[in-house]
Design a protein around this ligand. Structure first.
Ligand SMILES: [Zn+2]
Length: 250
């Protein structure tokens, strides 16, 4: 009993293999369709530029491509690909298939791919949401850093050591003050598009090393010192003058 069962299983297994090889030898064509440019929706709705690709037995010599009963092209050497534009054919349901011939003129048939050719405006319907998503992404990548930067440490004292975070830091090419760069921003190589929180000007700012940034912080102090001293001196002078004036009044 057991041996009989094993024999049956083996027989089934080998017959499957046999069927497979016979199938490959009689060589039916396998037809696939791919989208090159355009719209491919559900229920076989297509519009635009598509390719039919046929694979088959080794002795396949030429392939004729059909849309319904009309032959749309013939390819006489591999790869057996044919590009077509749905706009060149009437709208509606069609059957796409291929017929191949071997070197000895044996005929092979492919599977049939049903397709519904839809009008061109469907492409817009497909592209518009994609464009919308891209637009939103671009807006977010420019607006978010802008909003994140608004009102951030604008009154930082000169020369103060600051934190630069994950976005790194850069030195404003206009006012030469260092500041933290936004993490998400339009990138151009090592430079980032950012608005300086001190002078408010937009520029492409190079991402600098921390030592360069610390140098710039110190340079800030040195740049400001003469100006500040003059300012404080005049303040003092003013006070003195006022004091003097009040003394004279007494
Ligand atoms: Zn600046």
């Amino acid at each position: 009993m057991k041996i009989k069962r094993i024999a049956l299983i083996l027989l089934a297994f080998f017959s499957l293999l046999f069927v497979n090889t016979v199938f490959a030898q009689t060589g039916q064509l396998t037809l696939r369709m791919s989208r090159d440019w355009g719209y491919g929706g559900f229920n076989g709705d297509i519009e635009g530029l598509f390719s039919m690709r046929v694979t088959g037995p080794a002795d396949l010599a030429r392939v004729e491509f059909y849309i319904d009963s009309a032959k749309i092209g013939e390819v006489t050497q591999p790869p057996f690909n044919l590009q077509f534009n749905t706009d060149d054919y009437p709208l509606g349901n069609h059957q796409l298939y291929a017929v191949g011939y071997s070197t000895s003129e044996q005929e092979y048939h492919s599977n049939i791919i049903p397709a519904n050719f839809v009008p061109k405006q469907s492409t817009l319907k497909f592209i518009l949401p994609v464009l919308g998503v891209i637009l939103v992404a671009v807006l977010l990548s420019t607006l978010v850093p802008l909003l994140a930067q608004r009102g951030k440490h604008l009154n930082l004292p000169l020369g103060a050591e600051r934190k630069y975070g994950a976005g790194g830091g850069g030195i404003c090419p206009k006012c030469h003050r260092p500041f933290a760069l936004p993490l998400f921003s339009a990138n151009l190589g090592l430079s980032k598009l950012a608005s300086c929180p001190f002078c408010g000007k937009w520029s492409l700012v190079r991402v600098e090393s921390i030592s360069k940034l610390r140098e710039a912080e110190k340079a800030e102090l040195e740049q400001a010192k003469p100006g500040e001293q003059i300012a404080s001196e005049t303040e003092e002078e003013k006070l003195r003058r006022e004091l003097d004036a009040s003394k004279y009044k007494e």
